[in-house]
Every structure is written in C-alpha cells, then in structure tokens.
Ligand binder design. Structure first.
Ligand code: ATP
Ligand code: MG
Length: 418
C-alpha cells in the first residue's frame, strides 16, 4: 500500500475545532490595531533571499540555518520563504514610496517559515502579527508600541505576562562594546561552544543570545553594554521608561536582552511568560533605525514588534474565559418536495435578516433531521412540512429551552429568535 501523504513536519493544520479561536483572536487584533491608527499591509510570502540576508544579518540563527531557500527553476533567482515580516514590510514601504507621505503606522499578519526543531510552541510554519512604525524617531512611539501591547493582553484575557526592556545603544557604542566582548570571550574561549567560537570574531553579540545552559555563567559575567552606552541612547531609554511609568506599565530592565536579529538599536523589549516552558517569549521587538538605509540607501528611523500567534493562543486556552464555538441560530428541518422549495426561501430570507441559518441537506426522516439539528448546537429548529407550506407559516422549536414550539409567520421569526 502506498504511504499516505501527511502534512510537513512542524507545519500544522488548523482544524475547525480550533480555527474559531484564531478567528476570535484575529477579530480582536484588527480592531485593536485600528484603535491605535495602524493600517494593514500584505506582502508576498516569497522574497529574494538577499532581502533577508541583508536585513536580518548573515551571522544569525535565522540566516545561517533556519531559512527555506530555493532556486527558481526558470530564472535561477535565489528565493526564500519569509522567516519574519519586518524586512518585507520595509521593502514594500520603500518600493512604493510610502514614506514620502510621512511616517507610517503599519501592521501585517500571516505565516512565517523557519527550519527549526519542532517542539511545543516552536514550529516550522508559524504565524505572527507584526507592527511597524516607520519614520518615527521615538521614544514616544517606542512607548506607544509597548503600551498598546498591554492593552491587547487585556483584550485577549491573558494575564501574567512580564515585560522586559533594554537598550542596545547606537552603532558606535555597540562597536565599543563589541571590542570589549571579544576581549572577554577570548580570555574564556574554553567555555564557549562551537557556534559561539565561530561567532567570536564575526558577531560576538550573538554569543549573549546563546541558549546553551553550559554557557550561562560565562555570559552572565560578560561586560555589559550599559557601560559602553552613548549619551543620546541613555536619554532615549530614560524617556521611554518615564512614559511607561506614567502610564502604569510595569517592566523589568534586562540588560542581557539581545534580540535574535541583527538590525536592532536602542530600544529592545520582550513580553515573556513562564506558563509555556522554554518557549516563553510571546512578543518581541525594538528599534531598528539602520534597517531602512540597509535595504534602500535612504535612512529613516523605525520601531516595531512581532508576536507569535500560536504561543498567544496557547495562553488564551489556559485562561478561564472559554471562547465558545459559534453555533447556528436556526437549523432548518424539512420533509416533502414542496416543503423543501419553501425551506430554501425561508432560509435565505432569514439570512438576509442577519441570522445564521443551517439548511438540512441529505434527506432523512424527521427524527433523524431533528437529531442533526440538536447536534449542531443550533438554538432553534425551523420545521417545515406540508402543513406549514399550506398555511404559509413555519414551526419554530426552541432547542435549548423548555419553551413549547409555535407556528408563526416567517417575518416574525427574527424577533422571536432575537
Ligand atoms: P525564539 O527566541 O523563541 O526563537 P525569536 O527571537 O527567534 O524567538 P522573533 O524573531 O523575535 O523570535 O519572533 C517574534 C515572536 O514570534 C517570538 O517571540 C515568538 O513568539 C514567535 N516565534 C518565533 N519563532 C517561532 C517558531 N519557530 N514557532 C512559533 N513561534 C515562533
Ligand atoms: Mg528563534
């Protein structure tokens, strides 16, 4: 027997019993972003590989080992399934001159692809909502991005998230810091793993991001960026903290916060939970003032974040407020040919009045149809037989309350069902 075809490892089907939670999440997210004046942008899932290499950085986990890259069979271009959304968003904004009209508040949502080891909360196709504020120097917009996250957690009914913030300074302070780090790690080469040794001279900041538990001590004792920070970045960081405090947003300063992508400067932040095991970061972002220039040559400041939808949904499933599957208002039961013709018309009429109506299809006895009606969770059955057709009425039977069924005019059903 031939092997049956299965979904690709780390890439999940989202089945109907789950998808209603996704839809609920998406509705809240679109409303939330509209409330803050962010507009949706949709970019292709495939881009030139070079876009990600240039923006994310050559010596990063994503570019070194996580990208789905392939050669276009026709023109031999190197293409990549997007591993994140910021680069595409910035590319599109530049390509279509969006910034000529002034700064832009943008957001995107959709699947991202990274060739990682699949485990709970970590997949090869996963989904993000990302928010990018292009052309804003901050720190006001940095604060806005963080403040709006706190509101979202509330809207989603998620609690217990901790906010960590830090600053990476400007590129000169990073260069100073880099030199000190290289010196320090050179002295402790025996404690570095293979990846870190390789990065020692190419991207020593990345070593700080290592998840290898054996290296945590040497990382903890490494020089801190805060000691190499430039004055403007210090002021920027202070102002951000001031706004957050004024607005009652609680945060921890974590000077070890290093994001997995190269393009960040100044503000970086993460929202973390301890309810999801090792995959505890649900939302991460920061400022990336150099990225626009890196992609296009023209510079513009920018700040943004992305959140992992699967991880947020996992937290929502854990919370007490259960999100119920939507059920039909009405299930139409009909028997007889005349009755069916009338039933189609009734169903369309009620839908045009805003009700959710499921029509019984596939025939069967009255009893069997009523069983189906009940199984859908519908609030009412609308019963149509020859008697109803002759009287030009319908029988409305409540399925979830002990109230008696009644024969009524179709036009009154909307009121009765409410
Ligand atoms: P991690 O440290 O968990 O690998 P990251 O720094 O690579 O995360 P980002 O690139 O900042 O993640 O992506 C933003 C968010 O997207 C993460 O905080 C996480 O919630 C989610 N995310 C990232 N990679 C995955 C994945 N492979 N599967 C599911 N969610 C993911
Ligand atoms: Mg990662």
């Amino acid at each position: 027997m031939a092997n049956s075809i299965k979904a690709i490892r780390g890439m999940n089907d989202i089945l109907p019993d789950e998808s209603h939670l996704w839809i609920h999440f998406e509705q809240i997210v679109h409303q939330w972003l509209a409330a803050y004046g962010y507009r949706n942008i949709r970019t292709p899932i495939v881009e030139q590989t070079d876009l990600f290499v240039r923006s994310i950085g050559e010596v990063t986990d994503i570019v070194e080992k996580e990208m789905y890259t392939f050669i276009d069979q026709l023109n031999h271009d190197s293409l990549t399934l997007r591993p994140e959304g910021t680069a595409s968003c910035v590319r599109a904004a530049i390509e279509h001159n969006l910034l000529y009209a002034g700064p832009q508040r943008l957001y995107y949502a959709g699947p991202m692809f990274r060739h990682e080891r699949p485990q709970k909360g970590r997949y090869r196709q996963f989904h993000q909502v990302g928010v990018e504020a292009l052309g804003y120097a901050g720190p006001d917009i940095d604060a806005e991005l963080i403040i709006m996250c706190s509101r979202l957690w509330e809207l989603l009914g998620i609690s217990g998230l901790r906010l960590e913030i830090s600053t990476l300074g400007d590129s000169e302070s990073r260069t100073r810091h880099r030199a000190r780090l290289v010196k320090y790690f050179e002295l402790h080469q025996d404690k570095l793993d293979e990846d870190s040794l390789r990065r020692l001279h190419t991207n020593p900041l990345r070593i700080l991001d290592s998840k290898n538990p054996q290296m945590q001590e040497v990382i903890d004792n490494a020089p801190k960026l805060i000691d190499d920070l430039d004055e403007e970045s210090c002021t920027h960081f202070e102002s951000l903290q001031h706004i957050l405090r004024e607005q009652g947003v609680i945060f921890d300063i974590n000077l070890r916060l290093v994001r997995g992508l190269d393009y960040y400067n100044r503000t970086v932040f993460e929202w973390v939970t301890d309810k999801l095991g090792a995959q505890g970061t649900v939302c991460a972002g920061g400022r990336y003032d150099g990225l626009v220039a890196q992609i296009s040559g023209k510079s513009a400041p920018a700040c943004g974040f992305a959140m992992g939808i699967e991880r947020l949904l996992a937290l929502m499933r854990e919370s007490d407020n259960e999100i119920l599957q939507p059920v039909p208002d009405i299930y139409v039961v009909h028997y007889g040919e005349q009755a069916m013709d009338y039933a189609w018309k009734c169903a369309e009429f009620l839908r045009s009045r805003g009700l959710n109506v499921t029509m019984h299809c596939g025939g069967g006895s009255f009893k069997a149809q009523m069983k189906k009606a009940d199984a859908t969770g519908a609030r009412y059955a609308l019963i149509i037989g020859d008697d109803e057709v002759n009287a030009q009425e319908v029988t409305l039977k409540p399925l979830r309350e002990p109230t008696e069924q009644a024969s009524v005019k179709l036009a009154t059903v909307t009121e009765l069902v409410g």
